[in-house]
Design a protein around this ligand. Structure first.
Ligand code: ATP
Length: 351
């Protein structure tokens, strides 16, 4: 009898050259951004169909989440907004974290590259953040041991540290990058971050052509703000990765621009780089639709639809460089106006 393991991939669904992908709009601005993605895809004739999955944030069971995970296992690929977990009760886990863990999406890649048309604090930035995405400070193992004393576990394992370090160096090698910087706090967390750092140093020895250094997280935040051009590829743990990602996005123009990729050995989930809900700006026609569209473009490249990816990417870049900016970028355009400009540039290229 064949052994069916959790890790064994389900064959991907293909129908006549089209791909089906799971679509998880999530909360806040997620649903409106997904509508724009669908509109752009239909307009550009993208051969992708969506399987829409709504997750009820108030449900007291995980049926919706289980269904979403089954769908991603079947389709192999998902586009995702931020899923809300309303309860702050310790036993109610973050569904975003649970989804990444269940699918073993151990890598998060955020390519922070400047848009020339956006006024930002720093120019010409090109940093790749490679973040351990399934353990570390996100272990969600907390308890109150005695009244008023809370313990929280940070889990660092050799296999996960090794495969994320290898991913970072392989990424650097494949993409002609020169340097990897391990970001940590091993001076204080000597065992956990110490292991992560030690393993990255060991893996670095296998890549003599790529320079390797390390930096404490505090100093990294300061250096990113004052001298970001020293960074090339940043390799780091889960929480530091989240902090560093937000600092970088802030330097380039905020939460509405960049996309992030979550990889495992079998499944890939695309989403906006800083994973925000944007609850306060939802439904107002002011959210920047670019980060989600960039995530959709990443997804098209991953699926091999390079031509469609390029057309949409060019249309986004032309729109941004023409100064059609939403409020987060200092502009006055509505979400709708940004999308209309993108559609116009798709049309120009397709004629
Ligand atoms: P919540 O509504 O869940 O309390 P929030 O809206 O206060 O969250 P986040 O969702 O964490 O905050 O977003 C952080 C900041 O980034 C907010 O100011 C939000 O408006 C902004 N932001 C996030 N995504 C976008 C976007 N696509 N366009 C414009 N601003 C965005």
């Amino acid at each position: 009898t064949p052994i069916i393991s959790k890790r064994m991939p389900i064959p991907k669904a293909h129908y006549g050259g089209r791909h089906t992908v799971s679509l998880l709009p999530g909360a806040g601005i997620g649903p409106e951004l997904m509508k724009y993605v669908k509109e752009v895809f239909v307009f550009a004739g993208v051969p992708v169909d969506f399987e829409d999955i709504d997750i009820n944030p108030n449900a007291d069971n995980d049926d919706d989440l289980d269904y979403a995970i089954a769908s991603i296992r079947r389709n192999g690929v998902a586009l995702k907004g931020n899923i809300e977990t309303r309860s702050t009760e310790a036993e109610v886990k973050s569904r975003n974290v649970a989804l990444r863990n269940e699918l073993d999406l151990y890598v998060n890649v955020l390519h922070c590259v400047s848009y020339p048309g956006v006024t930002s604090r720093q120019k010409n930035i090109d940093i790749v953040i490679i973040r351990q995405n399934t353990e570390g400070e996100y272990a969600m193992l907390e308890h109150e041991s005695v009244d008023g004393v809370v313990e929280s576990m940070k889990i660092v394992t050799r296999p996960n540290s090794e495969r994320i370090a290898r991913y970072a160096f392989e990424y650097a090698k494949r993409n002609g990058r020169k340097k990897v910087t391990t970001v940590h706090k091993a001076n204080i967390m000597k065992l956990s971050d110490g292991l992560f750092l030690e393993i990255s140093r060991d893996v670095a020895k296998e890549y003599p052509d790529i320079q390797h250094n390390d930096m404490i997280i505090d100093n990294t935040c300061m250096q990113l703000v004052s001298n970001p051009h020293q960074f090339d590829v940043v390799l780091t743990t889960n929480l530091y990765g989240s902090i560093v990602s937000n600092v970088c996005c802030g330097l380039l123009g905020g939460a509405g621009l960049l996309s992030g990729k979550n990889y495992g050995d079998h499944y890939t989930v695309f989403e906006p780089g800083t994973r925000n809900t944007g609850g306060k700006i939802a439904g107002k026609n002011i959210a920047n639709p670019v980060a989600m569209l960039n995530a959709a473009v990443d997804m098209l490249r991953h699926l091999g639809h390079k031509h469609h990816a390029l057309i949409i990417q060019n249309a986004i870049n032309k729109t941004i460089n023409a100064g059609i900016h939403t409020r987060d970028l200092g502009g006055t355009a509505t979400s709708r106006e940004v999308i209309d400009s993108i559609l116009k540039h798709i049309k120009i290229q397709s004629n």
